[in-house]
Design a protein around this ligand. Structure first.
Ligand code: CP3
Length: 346
């Protein structure tokens, strides 16, 4: 097959069309592991960075030349569209809320917002990125946090290992949590559609915390919400990638959520997932971010192994199982993208 552009390779892989080899990018590829990111970020708060169009564009583009990534993801955060609902959010470094959302009255007081009006800079960043990327034929991804993951931080007040306050709400006041999730779903749908309209060519929905639920709760609380989002966004203009962390026990439900691609963490057996995905959807992942500490030869072998295991799926996008960490060695990231580029045609 003739060599494809990076944009063709990614979009074709999302849709399960033939490609020369899997495309490669990394979650959290613009971040603190890069000295060049730290330099741009110096003296600014993270939220300021997200609304500073020039700087956000600059750090979004850094991973192309610095580490050889073949897709750009908008530099932002899943919490960027949330404050406009009337919720104060800080970063320390993860999202924290001084006043967590725990009562029906608080949920009902949340404002419906149009992200185009409340966070116009996000779409300006997307438009500028597309203008910068079109000539290089590199694709641009948008993203949003899934309702459950957003609600997890909003109810708990910040990050947590087990989210006991959120889970207590699930069992004691399910209607209040369902109302919160419904309002967040509306926000996420508007936000993703506005990103697609501004030029995002694929979008990723991050449900980082859905894996804390058991299989029955996952089917009750998560699957309908993912399906609703998959149905309400313009997937003919931009395929949907669904990321769930810690979801090995709900693999079939992830596959059933209506997305075009499922993004897997390293605890999922790629061969098994790819067989179950088959001709239905594509897979993304799933190297342990910590494995980038290995030497280049070992990284190459891991990449070959993942790509081989993923073959039964209709498409495969090479990525990590979660984001790059501040400790991730830059050489490891380079070895990862180099290994992807040297993969033999299937
Ligand atoms: O992937 C990318 O490079 C795009 C940018 C991006 C960020 N956050 C930038 C960021 C994306 C896609 C996210 C998603 C996000 N944010 C998720 C879902 C994916 C995941 O990682 O599980 C979640 C749960 C958040 C919430 C969040 N934001 C946390 C828990 C943290 C602290 C952890 C950390 O890595 O510091 C953040 C802060 C954050 N978001 C940083 C970046 C680059 C670090 C900010 C800094 O200090 O420079």
């Amino acid at each position: 097959m003739a060599e494809l552009t990076a944009t063709e390779r990614l979009l074709r892989s999302c849709r399960g069309e033939p490609v020369d080899r899997p495309p490669v990018w990394l979650m959290r590829q613009a971040g603190r592991y890069l000295p060049e990111y730290r330099r741009v970020r110096e003296g600014t708060s993270f939220l300021e960075m997200c609304s500073d169009v020039e700087r956000a564009v600059e750090v979004s583009l850094q991973p192309i030349d610095l580490v050889g990534s073949e897709a750009v993801i908008l530099f932002s955060d899943i919490f960027v569209p949330v404050p406009a609902m009337g919720v104060e959010v800080d970063f320390a470094p993860g999202p924290t809320l001084a006043t967590p959302i725990r009562t029906r009255a608080q949920v009902e007081a949340l404002q419906a917002t149009d992200p185009r009006q409340s966070v116009p800079y996000v779409f300006e960043i997307i438009r500028r990125l597309r203008a910068a990327l079109t000539e290089r034929e590199i694709p641009l991804l948008g993203f949003a946090g899934a309702p459950f993951t957003l609600a997890a931080y909003m109810v708990e007040g910040g990050g947590s290992r087990l989210f006991p306050i959120l889970k207590a709400m699930m069992y004691r006041e399910p209607d209040v949590l369902r109302e919160l999730l419904a309002r967040l779903a509306d926000l996420v749908v508007d936000y993703l559609n506005a990103q697609i309209e501004a030029g995002a060519q694929a979008v990723q929905l991050f449900d980082t915390w859905a894996g804390i639920l058991g299989p029955e709760e996952y089917r009750d609380w998560i699957v309908p919400s993912h399906r609703e989002i998959a149905e309400r966004i313009d997937r003919s203009a931009a395929p949907l990638i669904l990321y769930v962390n810690g979801g090995a026990h709900v693999l079939d439900d992830m596959l059933d959520a209506g997305s075009d691609v499922i993004s897997l963490d390293w605890r999922v057996d790629m061969g098994e997932a790819a067989r179950r995905a088959g001709s239905r959807l594509s897979v993304q992942g799933n190297l342990d971010p910590c494995a980038l500490a290995a030497g280049p030869e070992q990284i190459r072998r891991s990449v070959e192994e993942i790509a081989r295991a993923a073959r039964p799926a209709r498409g495969h996008i090479l990525n990590l199982g979660h984001g790059c960490l501040p400790e991730t060695p830059v050489e490891g990231v380079r070895a990862f993208t180099d290994a992807a580029r040297s993969l033999a045609v299937a």
